[in-house]
Design a protein around this ligand. Structure first.
Ligand SMILES: *[C@@H]1O[C@H](CO)[C@@H](O)[C@H](O)[C@H]1NC(C)=O
Ligand SMILES: *[C@@H]1O[C@H](CO)[C@@H](O)[C@H](O)[C@H]1NC(C)=O
Length: 410
């Protein structure tokens, strides 16, 4: 409904300024002929992809997340109140009221029943997706930045900021099936990286956590805590004592042992890695690789298991957000300069652009303009047929690709 909340003049000027999927003239150096073919096809596709403008936030967008089916889109913003929208028509379905600070990140369970949100108000909250009821609140001593459910939704990894002398931390919580059984204890706490950790996600089979942030290094942490654990005490996040509990028939067994989980397994190479803050990290649909965006004006594609750098996408502006197409060999990145450096001309022209790159060739293949401020959030629908962007301007723009987009072949 919110798209109709705009006055009609404003809508008209939006549509006129909307440039659709504008195709970039690629450099001739590589695969020139393929690129020329691409441009021909893609020119036809240009200017037809109308966005749906979703105005439900009062403040800059911070994060976007689709559910697994791709029928719901969750949006987080600095205005404290996450929203949920129908992912096809952009109609707002509901809001999640209860946070007292910017909401930086969210995730939704595989069955789309539960939402988890991380906020600057030093809490992470669990919500009933359907009716917006708050189910649980994890309290921290510093702002929470990022959150990610494990495969199976039994665990959540949360990052908390450095704050009042406390270091940044990665914390793992067990998520109870029934929220009345939910406890607040962390099963794993990792401290170490300097500066803010902007994102932490689960690696394959939930056996690792991948983190990235202000110190520019990507790290892979071991999280294997075994199947029988009931309590884990962590000292310094590296060596810790575990109390294992398991049942052998009618016999309950407790054993105490020292394990090495939460251990640092790998670090990205400083030479080939990012040179400035890593702002965003997004996994591929199959979890085999992931994309990082950085203030160093690049995005990089990494192998999830080996942390090998696969590709680099270079752009002219700091990257705030990135996503990998689940359908085509495309990645999309977005960003912009610091809000204070944005000129009024940039704002008026809606110049901020989601840029599409060919995943393998690393060539920029097109872009979608329209935001009136830097792009802070990007997500592909899991079906790969639409994507959405969230801006500093407070708008979510939902774009359904038209058929021509799918005919782009390199
Ligand atoms: C929301 O749904 C849950 C589970 O179906 C229910 O227990 C709860 O009472 C509902 N809350 C509201 C406000 O309707
Ligand atoms: C870890 O991932 C596997 C599938 O890869 C899943 O079956 C299992 O439930 C997950 N474990 C937890 C604790 O979430």
């Amino acid at each position: 409904m919110w798209i109709f909340g705009l006055n009609s003049n404003l809508v008209a000027s939006f549509l006129i300024s909307e440039l659709g999927f504008a195709i970039r003239q690629p450099r001739e150096s590589r695969s020139g002929r393929a690129n020329r073919r691409l441009i021909g096809k893609a020119r036809e596709a240009a200017a037809t992809m109308r966005p749906i403008l979703m105005k439900g936030h009062e403040r800059p967008l911070t994060f976007l997340r689709y559910n697994r089916e791709g029928d719901l889109l969750f949006s987080c913003a600095k205005d404290h109140t996450p929203n949920v929208w129908f992912a096809d028509n952009g109609e707002r379905l509901g809001t999640y009221r209860g946070h007292n600070g910017a909401v930086w990140c969210c995730d939704v369970s595989r069955d789309s029943m539960r939402l988890i949100t991380a906020s600057a108000d030093q809490t992470v909250k669990l919500w009933n997706v359907q009716n917006g009821t708050q189910l649980y609140s994890f309290n921290f001593d510093s702002p929470a930045k990022s959150v990610d459910f494990s495969v199976g939704d039994k665990l959540a990894v949360i990052t908390t900021d450095p704050f009042m002398g406390l270091p940044s931390a990665i914390q793992v919580k067990q998520i109870a099936r029934d929220s009345s059984d939910q406890i607040s204890d962390s099963v794993l706490t990792i401290k170490g990286p300097v500066g803010r950790i902007n994102r932490a996600v689960w690696g394959p089979l939930n056996k690792t956590i991948i983190s990235a942030g202000e110190d520019t290094v990507i790290r892979v942490w071991d999280t294997e805590v075994g199947a029988f654990i009931s309590v884990v005490y962590i000292y310094l996040g590296v060596t810790h004592v575990m109390v294992l509990y398991f049942s052998l028939g009618s016999l309950d067994v407790y054993c105490m042992c020292i394990l090495q989980t939460g251990q640092l397994l790998k670090e990205s190479d400083k030479e080939t890695g990012h040179q400035k803050t890593i702002t965003s990290l997004s996994k591929s649909a199959d979890g085999s690789h992931f994309l990082t965006g950085s203030s160093d004006k690049s995005a990089k594609l990494w192998d999830m298991r080996t942390l090998t750098l696969i590709k680099t996408y270079v752009t002219e502006r700091p990257v705030n957000a990135c996503a990998i197409s689940p359908l085509l060999d495309h990645v999309v990145i977005g960003g912009g300069q610091e809000a204070v450096h944005v000129t009024t001309t940039d704002r008026r022209a809606g110049k901020f652009e989601a840029k599409f790159f060919h995943k393998i060739l690393q060539e920029e293949i097109g872009g979608v303009k329209g935001h009136f401020g830097p792009i802070n959030a990007l997500a592909f629908n899991p079906d790969g047929r639409s994507f959405s962007s969230g801006g500093e301007d407070g708008y979510v723009r939902l774009h359904h690709f038209d058929s021509d987009y799918f005919n782009i072949r390199m």
